[in-house]
Design a protein around this ligand. Structure first.
Ligand code: 5AD
Ligand code: SF4
Length: 557
């Protein structure tokens, strides 16, 4: 039997013919609303339809009624992961899914995972255990796992966890809607093939329903992957080789973000200031449409509407004179650099394969401060790397003190299977590692508070993010140096506003300010201001080791 159908909703892979509902069992490349698809009818279903999970049928819960499926995304790890979740969210909106207001009303739950340290990976496994009951509560619910753990483990996750329906790797975000569609119709699959193609940057426009985690602020990917292979780090395995996106796409996206109401963008990349370097070295920058990172920043600075530009995370060895100079010249480039040090011991830096010495790091910090005297520097630090002695650790404390980090993320070394350092036998005993971590954190806390106290009386400008964790009518926001400022009385201000504030008090984790009025106009209020999330939203970030203020850790570097 043959017939013509009108596709009603490709996500259920069902179609409505003029006379009878048609259940489509093959893969379906057509879009909802596409009329006149010719189909071959090869079986006739008697009610009730077979269960979508068991039989060969692909059946919706309500066969002929299109019903939007609702998703919830839980994100672990760095800002790159947070942004990947936004990309997935956007793709799902384009595919007709809706964001759930809460996991309890979601049909599809996606975990975007992190494997940078063992703790993050274990959190995934315990969450997956707990999600069994979430799944059992409503028939037809599905779970997808993406991100770095997914990239590494692929379909082993499907074998190990029968509650997981699909797995997608870090290069396979565009496949999520198809994987979700298939999962909702009972098919389990993993897609984790690494790709060297620029296709992954080719994503649809921001969907009107995509809500902004922080109004007025947006992430923008400029490069991905890492070729450095630091001996402790799993990222080159999970994120693949360095690849830079053509500048035209970056500038177009930045322009659109600004038009949509973003006044602050954060450029993302695993080694963000390595942007374009391979193309330049091979003489292919023009052909591939890339340029030196400092030039990209200058082009972004020239765009109207962008008040603030940030980037994370740079690698110390990719700071050239032009990039240092840019910090003194570009008005919109924020006076803050998150510059991972990892260790202050030359011996350990060498064992980590970082490519610089402690004094070279100090010199970069000094050059940046010479170009921009008010520049705040924050960092990532690892204690108890294999073989780290008390003297090595003291050398780390010395650099932290000399450079005077405004803040830092401090981690205990965590062996990652497959990395060079994981093979090393000289482990620092756990009690010693913990004691070093606490000493480092205490030093950082002292420096942070001293930095905060020095700012009392200053006037600055914050981008209002939302309600303060301190409760009441307080609002929180970040100043250009990325310090968290709580406003005792935020009356008249809304998330996404730029506000002039006077710092009136210093606390260990934030500054307290009083509002003086609105700051520079933050572009016309557009999509990036609408639908502000109250509390965690569908791309709920599960934050790990945080410096003050609860920002997800920078995107490596
Ligand atoms: N153990 C502990 N910390 C690590 N990081 C990366 N790999 C490890 C590891 N194996 C830290 C680094 C990096 C940050 C994102 O995470 O400090 O900059
Ligand atoms: Fe690359 Fe940064 Fe990991 Fe080193 S620490 S391998 S530079 S992502």
């Amino acid at each position: 039997m043959q017939g013509r159908v009108q596709l009603s909703n490709r996500f259920f892979l069902n179609c409505v013919s003029p006379v009878i509902p048609v259940i489509w069992t093959g893969s379906c490349k057509l879009r909802p609303g596409a009329a006149g698809a010719r189909v071959e009818i090869d079986a006739v279903a008697n009610a009730p339809l077979p269960s979508p999970r068991r039989g060969g049928w692909i059946a919706p819960r309500e066969p002929s009624l299109p019903q939007p499926r609702r998703f919830w995304i839980r994100t672990f790890g760095c800002q790159m992961n947070v942004h990947d979740s936004e990309k997935v969210e956007n793709l799902l909106h384009h595919a007709g899914y809706e964001a759930a207001t809460d996991p309890s009303v979601a049909d599809l739950l996606i975990l975007n995972t992190c494997s940078i340290r063992a703790k993050a990976e274990h959190k995934l496994y315990s969450d997956l255990g707990a999600l069994r009951s979430w799944k059992a509560q409503v028939a037809g619910r599905v779970i997808g796992v993406g991100g770095c753990v997914a990239q590494q483990q692929g379909d082993a996750i499907l074998d190990r966890f029968d509650q997981v329906d699909f797995v997608f790797g870090t290069h396979n975000l565009r496949r999520v809607p198809a994987l979700a569609d298939a999962a909702l119709s009972g098919q389990r699959a993993a897609r984790t093939n690494a790709s060297a193609s620029l296709d992954r940057f080719d994503l649809p426009e921001r969907h009107p329903d995509l809500r902004s985690a922080t109004p007025g602020r947006a992430f923008l990917t400029v490069m991905e992957g890492c070729d450095r292979f630091c001996s402790f780090c799993i990222v080159p395995t999970t994120r693949g080789r360095e690849i830079s996106r053509p500048a035209s796409g970056i500038l177009d996206e930045a322009r659109r973000l600004a038009e949509g109401g973003a006044c602050e963008i954060t450029l993302l990349g695993q080694t963000v200031n390595a942007y374009g370097r391979h193309d330049l070295r091979r003489g292919k920058a023009e052909a591939r449409g890339t340029m030196p990172f400092a030039e990209l920043l200058a082009n972004l600075d020239a765009l109207p509407g962008l008040e603030r530009i940030r980037y994370t995370s740079p690698h110390p060895i990719f700071f050239d004179d032009d990039l240092v100079r840019a910090h003194g010249e570009l008005a919109s480039l924020c006076p803050h650099v998150h510059l991972p040090l990892q260790s202050g011991s030359d011996r350990i830096l060498q064992a980590m394969r970082r490519g610089y010495t402690a004094d070279e790091y100090r010199a970069i910090a000094a050059a940046l401060r010479a170009a921009r005297p008010d520049l705040a520097i924050s960092s990532d630090l690892i204690v108890a790397f294999p073989g780290e002695t008390e003297a090595d650790f003291d050398a780390t404390l010395a650099v932290v003190e000399d450079v005077g980090f405004a803040d830092s993320f401090c981690f205990k070394y965590s062996p990652r299977p497959g990395t060079q350092a994981a093979e090393r036998a000289e482990r620092v005993p756990e009690a010693e590692a913990q004691a070093r971590l606490e000493r480092l954190q205490a030093l950082q806390a002292r420096l942070r508070l001293a930095g905060h106290r020095a700012r009392v009386g200053e006037t600055t400008e914050i981008l209002v993010e939302g309600p303060s964790r301190r409760g009441g009518r307080q609002l929180r926001g970040r100043d250009p140096s990325h310090r968290l400022v709580n406003l005792a009385d935020g009356s008249g201000l809304r998330p996404g506003d730029l506000a002039r504030v006077r710092i009136v008090e210093a606390t260990p984790h934030s500054l307290i300010g009083e509002a003086l009025g609105r700051g520079a106009a933050c572009a016309p209020r557009g999509k990036l201001h609408d639908g502000v999330k109250a509390g965690p939203g569908p791309a709920d970030a599960l934050r790990g080791a945080e410096p003050s203020g609860g920002q997800p850790v920078g995107a490596t570097g």
